[in-house]
Ligand binder design. Structure first.
Ligand SMILES: Cc1cc2nc3c(=O)[nH]c(=O)nc-3n(C[C@H](O)[C@H](O)[C@H](O)COP(=O)(O)O)c2cc1C
Length: 457
């Protein structure tokens, strides 16, 4: 098995759409855009997007998740509700299915937390969806973020980062163990003899660990792609270790191409060190594409987006992201060591604020400088004409900064319509992305082999 970190010549750029089951994207002001759709609580909204993405040969659409309304800021949900800052958050699994049932080739995935679920439930739910969709399902594995989520599950505090990932590692062993309890040829369906399946080919799991015990076998057989694709986006040292061990699609946040090149190489090397083939993991970096017929029109669109942002968007988002209340303090007051320690949310992003501000005691303003247009993360904005956007994406891809992109919408459905209409044909003309799907399963389209029993151990 090759452990090379160089991209293979026939490899195509992966295109992944970032979907939110709510009123806005992770650019919270997106719902205020004059052309933003307002029917985001209907199946039709998600199915329109899915069909558009499939027509453009996107590999995957994934639905993100949070298990609470943002209510850390001022210890209240009021501002989040009043200003529509990521307020609605519907269950991502039915949304994923709605998208999958409206399409034939598009991969679909949803986000489920290892901190607030049982592995048996996730194993059953995702293998069922994978069967229903003919092998097009994926699971975005997250460990969740903050105390608001803990409170909805009867816990006082969100687990610390290390414990969260300890639990998540064992969670994965149980889920993947369950997915291996049926051998591929276990089903017989021989009506005359009355034999449904071969009991020698369906095995118990018998897991007893520190966090979980689960007996098995799973009452769901394997799918056309073997098992759902595992997606992961850890950013901290421990998160990256987790991604290198389990992630088949790995979401990353590379603010520049140069940073991307270094981190991409390092992560591929880490995947090889974990005993896996790095070519079987696709690293996709998140961006906001803004494209228009002329550069001036794209610049006008960016200016319009900026005009939609309210300062409260950022404060509510910061509080949610860092699991810390940013209300009631001077914008330039530095956070003490103890206060920084108490920010138990996204650790990798906190480190980034420290690195960029050059102080271990940044202020709210230092945090805000690192956030980009009131998103909760620093996604690069790639804007211009179709040719200019395609140039940048192609440059990142061929220079080894990523295997593909997670495209985040600045408003919906406009971002996807513009991207699919203008950028995708340009990327297809250059041979950088697929013009046709390679097969019916998500693994085939991502160039990841069918999953075999025990190949994850
Ligand atoms: C593109 C992308 C999508 C993400 N989606 C979610 C999500 O839906 N829910 C969630 O709780 N975290 C999500 N995250 C956060 C990651 O799961 C992870 O917590 C974060 O990158 C910080 O890494 P760390 O946990 O190792 O500190 C996402 C991250 C990225 C880059």
């Amino acid at each position: 098995m090759s452990k090379s970190t160089a991209p293979s010549a026939s490899r195509k750029m992966a295109l992944i759409a970032f979907i939110q089951a709510q009123n806005c994207s992770n650019f919270p002001a997106s719902w205020r855009h004059p052309a933003a759709a307002t029917d985001s609580t209907t199946a039709a909204y998600y199915q329109r997007i899915a069909r558009e993405l499939e027509a453009a040969r996107f590999d995957l659409a994934f639905v993100d998740d949070r298990l609470a309304m943002p209510d850390k800021y001022n210890n209240s949900h009021r501002d989040a509700v009043e200003y529509g800052i990521r307020t609605v958050k519907m269950d991502p699994n039915p949304i994923m299915l709605a998208m999958g049932f409206a399409t034939n080739y598009l991969g679909v995935a949803s986000t489920c937390s290892t901190t607030y679920n049982e592995p048996f439930h996730i194993a059953r739910s995702f293998s069922t969806m994978d069967l229903m969709l003919g092998g097009r399902a994926g699971w975005n594995v997250v460990t969740s973020l903050n105390d608001s989520e803990a409170a909805n599950y009867g816990r006082e505090k969100h687990l610390g980062a290390e414990e969260r990932y300890d639990r998540a590692d064992e969670f994965m062993e149980v889920v993947l163990g369950h997915w291996d309890t049926w051998e591929d040829d276990a089903i017989i369906i021989d009506k005359p003899s009355g034999r449904f399946a071969d009991p020698d080919k369906v095995h118990p799991l018998g897991h007893k660990g520190e966090w979980f015990a689960s007996a098995g076998p799973l009452p769901v057989p394997r799918s056309a792609q073997g098992r759902p694709i595992i997606i992961q986006a850890g950013g901290s040292a421990r998160g990256l270790e987790f991604a290198a061990r389990w992630g088949e699609v790995i979401f990353s946040l590379f603010p520049t191409k140069e940073v991307g090149q270094k981190k991409y190489q390092a992560l591929k090397a880490q995947i090889a060190k974990a005993g896996r083939n790095p070519e079987h993991a696709r690293i996709a970096t998140a961006c906001f594409p803004v494209v228009a017929e002329t550069r001036a029109m794209a610049e006008d669109q960016v200016a319009l987006l900026d005009s939609l942002v309210k300062p409260i968007d950022q404060l509510v988002n910061l509080s949610e992201l860092f699991n810390y209340d940013f209300a009631g303090r001077g914008m330039d007051d530095p956070f003490s060591d103890a206060e920084m320690e108490n920010m138990t949310g996204n650790q990798s992003y906190k480190q980034r604020v420290v690195d960029i501000s050059g102080t271990k005691n940044p202020s709210t303003n230092d945090f805000l400088k690192v956030t980009h247009r009131a998103t909760i993360r620093e996604f690069p904005l790639i804007y211009g004409t179709a040719g200019e956007v395609a140039d940048q994406m192609e440059d990142w891809f061929v220079s080894g900064a990523c295997d593909g992109f997670v495209t985040a919408p600045t408003y919906i459905p406009g971002t996807y319509e513009d991207f699919c209409r203008l950028v995708v044909p340009e990327l297809q003309r250059r041979g950088v992305v697929k013009s046709e799907y390679l097969g019916p399963t998500l693994r085939e389209n991502l160039g990841i082999p069918r999953a075999e029993i025990g190949d994850w151990k």
